[in-house]
Write a protein that binds this ligand. Structure first.
Ligand code: URA
Length: 240
């Protein structure tokens, strides 16, 4: 037996309208449920119902997938007593059940996926799955020439196990920063991993931004603090 949900929520969770836009659309008679026009936003329907908006069939998923351009200064948590959380940036979204996929440090920016799909979260953060995460890193000093080879072999950052192989490439320095820029791809997510990998060479990370996760790239149109739903192509890249 599938769950019953409000029609306005159903329509907004299909991703075509926000909850605020769904209410007037329903009241205006633009939505049908199993062939009948329904004008009551709170009308309860089954997840399996056939729903159309302006004659186009909607496809409902109980899971939601967002990308947030996480700004520096907020924590990768659902709730926090002291700091802003990443979930707080999802304005106009029903956030119950949503959580960030893994953690970025408070001072790290960039791509953070947010979902209520626990299986996807597990698949993306489990080190055994080897999902690539690429970061843009600015360090205060340059790494030695052999660092890329050592990263590729797996370096020791003081944990029980050495790091999985990582790919280090030099990159262009962005405006406003001084130091040495790199792109680094890792396939695990240990505590402060990148900062500790650089510190192994005495280098301090002064700026860290995640660019991609498992082939999904941070949308360059987003500004820090902005978010959007993942599109079909991005869901396909994540195996959804
Ligand atoms: N590595 C770090 O050191 N910090 C992050 O936020 C992510 C990866």
């Amino acid at each position: 037996m599938s769950e019953l949900i409000r029609l306005d929520r159903y329509v907004s969770e299909c991703g075509v309208l926000s909850r605020k836009q769904a209410v007037p659309a329903i009241k205006a008679g633009r939505v049908t449920v199993d062939g009948e026009v329904v004008t009551v936003p709170g009308f309860k329907i089954s997840e399996d119902a056939g729903v159309t908006l302006d004659g186009n069939e909607l496809s409902y998923s109980r899971y939601s997938y967002y990308m947030l351009y996480k700004p520096a200064g907020c924590v990768s948590a659902v709730k926090d007593k002291l700091s802003d959380t990443v979930i707080g940036y999802l304005k106009d979204v029903k956030t119950t059940g949503l959580f960030p996929v893994g953690r970025l440090d408070k001072d790290t920016e960039g791509l953070l996926l947010i979902t209520n799909d626990g299986q996807l979260c597990h698949d993306l953060i489990s080190p055994g799955k080897h999902v690539e995460k690429t970061y843009y890193v600015v360090a205060d000093i340059s790494l030695p020439d052999n660092a890329a080879d050592e990263f590729e072999r797996g370096i020791d950052i003081g944990d029980d196990e050495i790091c999985l192989p990582a790919v280090l490439k030099p990159s262009a320095l962005i405006d406003g920063y001084e130091g040495h820029a790199y792109e680094l791809t890792i396939t695990e997510g240990r505590f402060h991993q990148i900062k500790r990998m650089f510190y192994r060479y005495g280098a301090r990370v002064v700026y860290l931004k995640r660019l991609s996760v498992g082939g999904v790239k941070l949308d360059e149109a987003l500004k820090p603090g902005e978010f959007r739903r993942l599109n079909e192509e991005e869901l396909r890249l994540l195996g959804k």
